[in-house]
Design a protein around this ligand. Structure first.
Ligand code: 6GU
Length: 224
């Protein structure tokens, strides 16, 4: 999988992808994430990439030329399965969408800033618009990082225990059950007996019960 991210604040993303499992995924060759600075595609000597909105109103709008220049250059090198624009008015990100995207080869993500991008970028280039939740961030970078993380951890070989992504909260519409590790007794607070019984089948059914209970209490909407 290759992910190209277009941003006007690339340094926000560089540190994120230089760490943890995303770094390992890239070093092992499962994923390649390349962040592009939209400013490098500015069409003027001042390297500006935004301008006032036609019709007035507060806030600057990212211009189409630099973004189009960057997209077209990348498209000459490979074809993209999806060109994603991260925006609070996009389709709400959910695990099913992430699962489908993890099966693709090349993804492009465009991060908006200020009042967003010129609508023609969305009309001419974007194939998918995604929001990561009903709140407003100051830019699309954190959303692109969230989406990339959720996708990359699903790639075969990225997680240590390849089955562990399958027992996540949301993977089967149930929240994950509680987990415990040593000590078995912390200041009188004991780990549930069943987990130390060695009865695999009973442990599995206890975990499933706990998942259902947790989901009913915290996210009844998932059980509908
Ligand atoms: Cl994708 N972008 C911004 N700027 N804010 C958001 C978002 C995206 N998703 C939720 N809030």
């Amino acid at each position: 999988m290759r992910i190209d991210i277009l941003s006007c604040v690339p340094s926000l993303l560089d540190s994120f992808f230089a760490h943890s499992i995303l770094k390992r995924a890239q070093q092992a060759g499962f994923a390649e994430v390349v962040v592009h600075d939209i400013r490098d595609y500015s069409t003027n000597k001042h390297r500006t990439i935004d301008d006032y909105a036609f019709g007035g109103g507060a806030g600057m709008v990212l211009q189409i030329e630099p973004i189009a220049g960057c997209i077209r250059k990348l498209q000459q090198e490979r074809s993209y399965d999806e060109i994603i624009y991260l925006t609070p008015d996009g389709e709400l990100m959910q695990q099913g969408m992430v699962n489908r995207l993890s099966l693709k080869g090349n993804l492009m993500m465009i991060c908006g800033h200020y009042k967003g991008v010129d609508q023609r970028v969305r009309d001419l280039f974007v194939t998918m618009e995604i929001s990561i939740g009903d709140y407003v961030l100051s830019g699309g970078e954190l959303a692109a990082a969230v989406l990339s993380d959720a996708i990359i951890r699903l790639l075969p070989g990225v997680l240590n225990d390849e089955t562990s992504a399958l027992t996540d909260s949301f993977q089967d519409d149930l929240l994950a059950p509680p987990v415990y590790t040593r000590p078995a007794d912390f200041e009188g607070h004991k780990v549930p007996e069943i987990l130390m019984s060695g009865h695999e089948a009973k442990i599995e059914s206890w975990r499933h019960e706990q998942s259902v209970k947790r989901t009913r209490e915290r996210r009844p909407d998932l059980l509908q």
